[in-house]
Design a protein around this ligand. Structure first.
Ligand code: PLP
Length: 394
């Protein structure tokens, strides 16, 4: 045996993404990349804004002594102060640089949070469908995910969340705008969630945390609001990144922000700083910290994603697909016309259209389409989407 049985199991569990990747590569090899319509990956295709390139050049040219050296584990104090100013605006609450920890993306942030708050056997309640990497991250730290269904329009089902909370629960983890559904949770539902967590914490005699995974906060449409959570519930930590809103996914840069009013604020900040170090991240990439510090509030052209969303939604509606129009992120989660979403993904593959089965996100009976792709991919795929729908009806 070369790897652990557990890792073998994990590789098998994560095989959808790998299978899609392999199938995509095979089809592209056979038919040419331009004839394969790949909606399987959430890898942003809108380029970073011009200001990113300019800032990167300016920051790289500025070379004070020790600039490539180690730094405090939470990151450069000056960068954290700039991030805190932006977080204060988003949260409607004064947040200081001390409450910010720069991380290797939101994935790094989630691992740092879990490392700091999970004891072996602890559970994290997650509204489903959800980003399934959460299972691996929780497991890294002895915990597990307890998935709880959302309502048919993918909004929060508070009674289901409440019913899932037990003595082993340590946190509720939400992701809005959501991957894979594009759902944005309403202020009303988040305030109600905050009240419920307050009551449940008191009843259980144990602090329940609210973790908000927000890499899509700025990718929103039609003026939808992404409410700040610090005013809804004080034991909240937000994690996010610049992967999606600045298209810097490969640069691995993000942060965690802790609500200043959280219980055990100092212990949590100390724990997360140490977690950043001992998980092997040590600190978030130095050059990128300095760059994003200058780009607070700047995003890629969200209008590009809005246009792609319309192209895809209009085309699929015409072809007879049913879906909830996403308020944010760049994913669409249509119903599969047949109950077996895996079989439908195969029908799409026959048309050289690559999608991921909803089962891979805890949302069977659906498919996930990432529309961070060229417009030509969307328009070129429409005949295939239509044919697959017709075949499914036969
Ligand atoms: N959370 C969600 C919901 C995501 O969709 C992703 C990436 O796709 C991540 C976290 C990880 O993002 P990052 O690149 O910031 O680590």
């Amino acid at each position: 045996m070369s790897i652990t049985a557990k890792m073998e199991g994990f590789i098998e569990k994560s095989s959808w993404i790998r299978k899609m990747f392999e199938e995509g590569a095979r089809l592209k090899g056979l038919y040419g990349a331009e004839n394969v319509f790949d909606f399987s990956l959430g890898n942003p295709n809108v380029p970073p804004p011009e200001l990113f390139q300019k800032t990167l050049m300016a920051v790289a040219a500025d070379n004070p002594e020790m600039i490539h050296g180690y730094m405090p584990n939470p990151g450069y104090p000056a960068v954290r102060a700039k991030v805190a100013a932006q977080v204060s605006l988003e949260q409607g609450m004064e947040v200081s640089g001390d409450e910010i920890l720069m991380t290797c993306g939101a994935a790094g942030g989630l691992n740092v949070i879990f490392k700091s708050i999970l004891d072996t056997g602890d559970e994290v309640v997650v509204p489903s469908p959800y980003f399934v990497e959460y299972n691996f991250y929780a497991d890294n730290h002895g915990g597990s995910i307890r998935a709880v269904k959302t309502k048919p329009d993918f909004s929060l089902d508070l009674s289901a969340i409440e019913a899932a909370i037990c003595e082993r629960t340590r946190a509720v983890l939400i992701n809005s705008p959501n991957n894979p559904t594009g759902q944005v949770y309403s202020r009303e539902s988040l305030e109600a969630l905050g009240r419920m967590l307050e009551e449940k914490s008191a009843a259980l005699g144990r602090t329940l945390y609210l973790i908000s995974d927000e890499p899509y906060r700025k990718i929103i449409y039609d003026g939808v609001e992404v409410p700040g959570l610090f005013t809804c519930y004080r034991n909240t930590m937000v994690t996010t990144s610049y992967s999606k809103d600045l298209s810097l996914a490969g640069e691995r840069i993000g942060y965690v922000a802790l609500c200043p009013a959280a219980d055990a604020r100092d212990a949590l900040l100390g724990g997360m700083a140490l977690a950043n170090r001992i998980l092997g991240f040590v600190n978030a990439p130095a050059l990128m910290q300095r760059v994003v510090g200058e780009l607070q509030g700047v995003t890629v052209d969200i209008g590009e994603y809005a246009r792609k969303r319309s192209l895809l939604c209009d085309g699929l509606k015409d072809a007879g697909y049913e879906f909830t129009v996403p308020g944010g992120a760049f994913y669409l989660f249509p119903k599969s016309p047949i109950a077996d979403d895996v079989a439908f993904v195969r029908l799409l593959q026959e048309e050289k259209v690559l999608a991921v089965p909803g089962s891979g996100f805890g949302g069977p009976g659906h498919i996930r389409l990432s529309y961070c792709v060229a417009d030509a991919t969307i328009t070129g795929a429409m005949p295939g989407f239509r044919r697959a729908m017709e075949k499914a009806k036969d």
